[in-house]
Design a protein around this ligand. Sequence first.
Ligand SMILES: [Zn+2]
Length: 277
Amino acid sequence: MGLSTGEWRLFLLSDCIKYYPEVRKYTEKLRMAGKSAILAINNKDAAELNEFISDEDAKRIRKSMRKEWKFTGKVVDNGKRKYTICDYCQRQKIRYKYLCVNNITGVWLELGSVCVGNIIHGEEKMKDADFSSKFVEDLEQLKGKAEKDNPFEIDHKARREQQKDIIRVCVQWLRSNGYKDDDFIRSLHKRWNSGLSLTDRQLEALKEKCRRAKKRMERREQFKSLEAEMQYQKVLLKLQEDPSNQFYQSCKLRLERYGELTPKMAKALVGERECVR
Ligand SMILES: [Zn+2]
């Protein structure tokens, strides 16, 4: 027997999929589309996917998944007469959402009580009516401690508020010091403009970029002469007007690295020769 539709949803969000290259390749586009796309697969999709694995594979996958997924102990209350759909079965309407998380990928799911059992004990075990009702009964004791908000859900609005000043300072500092927007900065813009906050990793990378640029700036003290320092100021000004000009970029690098320009570059900078682009 292959995996059930719920098990496929779970598997596509698990780390152990990396051990099944054929499935991984076949589902790459779907997985790139994100969690909600994965959860939307139906029985027909599952039947199709089962063509890629053997019964032995299915057993192994179930075992690996049980190691990866844990119930967090947290319950979120939608509120009176407010229901959402269980992420695993996509059938059960739930007021109380039991939060499960994959301890490798960090993906979290909001489940009904029975499906928590399906995830941590397996569907087979949950078919045992006595075991299942005992499990659900125990779990539902937690309803009293239900929280209002899902702690895994990132509040982008609040995070953007926290991040906006430091981002503005970093980006403006880079620009005013002659660094043109590169692919990295452009990707940050794209994310920001779509209403999201930056990830911790992106924010760290931005700060690191500034730190490195600043270090390079500090080397300016090594200018061989006042003339070199003035050349540097001129290059920065020129780069503000024309950030992609390769000649000015190479002057900037040369001055930062060696403290002076080559005689040829110095001449070109004062316009004695046409700029090499
Ligand atoms: Zn369910």
